[in-house]
Design a protein around this ligand. Structure first.
Ligand code: NAD
Length: 318
């Protein structure tokens, strides 16, 4: 029986021709996600039977019990960067190789973070929908130039955001305990700060670009929000779990910070009637940071090449 590869991300279909050709050339049969949405744990288990040796995974869940039931699985290739939906420890114990598509979407996500900064500073979603309703209400905004931008996480995306913010005339500080690229700081005139509290206290715009891990979940909470300026804006294009949403609701509803704009949420889509989503100073986009033609094409090709490379490593070692 031919070995099979399950491909779950919905947007993969936009650029699948080259990727499918590569997989077929290597003799793999392809199983696609035909649900038109993120797959559930049960659907993944059902699809990943009968000689499925590889999965190209989007944000669909791969916790330990799902991995344990995918008996022939040898490699998981993340279509994108964030791997918080995969139990990496259990995958390693089971001998399943895992790799992400580093840097494939950093420009797209960085551009979206900058777009959310402008959207918040100029209230674009609210005023533009006012005009659609034939209103003409003007809300005063603020300039980004000369403002302090705090970038939390100085990896692939954080650096692209920092470069663009410098280009806009912002004063940029990175907080990242693991950051080592002094040449980047020198080249782009970016500061590095060792204290998270200090960055939060000085930032006019705070942008999150770190992974959601056991250490970082809830990084933005009642205490850290209390360090921020009442005029500050929080931008989160990373993961919903980084922010305590009840604490953010309290901060926005009581003007402890001015606004927040996110591309990610604890449950995507959010529950009906979610009070945070209803707040006028909260903007939410439907996880579109990496959803551009350019990033989708790069993610499709690189995740396919990564999967083929992992499966061939396994073949060599057998
Ligand atoms: P990356 O691995 O290149 O960078 C992450 C950085 O975070 C690293 O430099 C790391 O040292 C730093 N970091 C880790 N723990 C930290 C902490 N406690 N405090 C501060 N910094 C810390 O990853 P990336 O490509 O820049 O992506 C960042 C995140 O963006 C991903 O983990 C993912 O969750 C999210 N993402 C979102 C979208 C989207 O569509 N909205 C798309 C891609 C990635």
């Amino acid at each position: 029986m031919a070995e099979k590869v399950l491909i779950t991300p919905k947007s993969f279909k936009n650029y699948k021709l080259k990727a499918h050709k590569l997989l077929h050339e290597h003799g793999y049969e392809i199983i696609e996600n035909n649900y038109g949405r993120t797959m559930t744990e049960e659907e993944i288990i059902a699809a990943a039977q009968d000689n499925v040796v590889g999965i190209i995974i989007g944000v669909d869940p791969l916790p330990s019990h799902v991995l344990e039931q995918c008996k022939s699985l040898r490699a998981i290739s993340k279509y994108g960067v964030g791997m918080d939906n995969i139990d990496l420890k259990r995958a390693e114990e089971l001998g399943i190789l895992v790799q992400n598509a580093v840097g494939t979407n950093s420009i797209s996500v960085a551009e979206h973070a900058i777009a959310l900064m402008f959207a918040s500073a100029r209230h674009i979603p609210a005023v533009a929908s006012g005009v659609k309703a034939y209103g003409w209400e003007r809300t005063i905004g603020f300039e980004l130039t000369n403002k302090n931008a705090g970038v939390i996480g100085g990896g692939q995306i954080g650096k692209e955001v920092a470069k663009r913010a410098v280009g806009l005339g912002m004063k940029v500080t990175i907080y990242d305990p693991y950051f080592k690229d002094q040449a980047f700081l020198d080249t782009y005139n970016v500061k590095r700060e060792e204290s998270l509290e200090e960055v939060l206290r000085q930032s006019d715009i705070l942008s999150l670009h770190l992974p959601a891990t056991e250490d970082t979940k809830g990084l933005i909470n009642a205490q850290t929000l209390s360090w921020m300026k009442p005029t500050a804006v929080l931008i989160n294009t990373s993961r919903g779990e980084l922010v305590d949403e009840a604490a953010l609701y309290d901060a926005l509803a009581h003007n402890k910070i001015a606004a927040a704009a996110q591309d990610v949420y604890s449950s995507e889509p959010p529950q009906q009637g979610d009070p945070l989503v209803a707040l006028p100073n909260f903007i939410l986009t439907p996880h579109i940071g990496a959803y551009t033609h350019e990033a989708v094409e790069r993610m499709a090709i690189v995740s396919t090449e990564n999967l083929l490379s992992m499966l061939s490593q396994k073949d060599d070692s057998q």
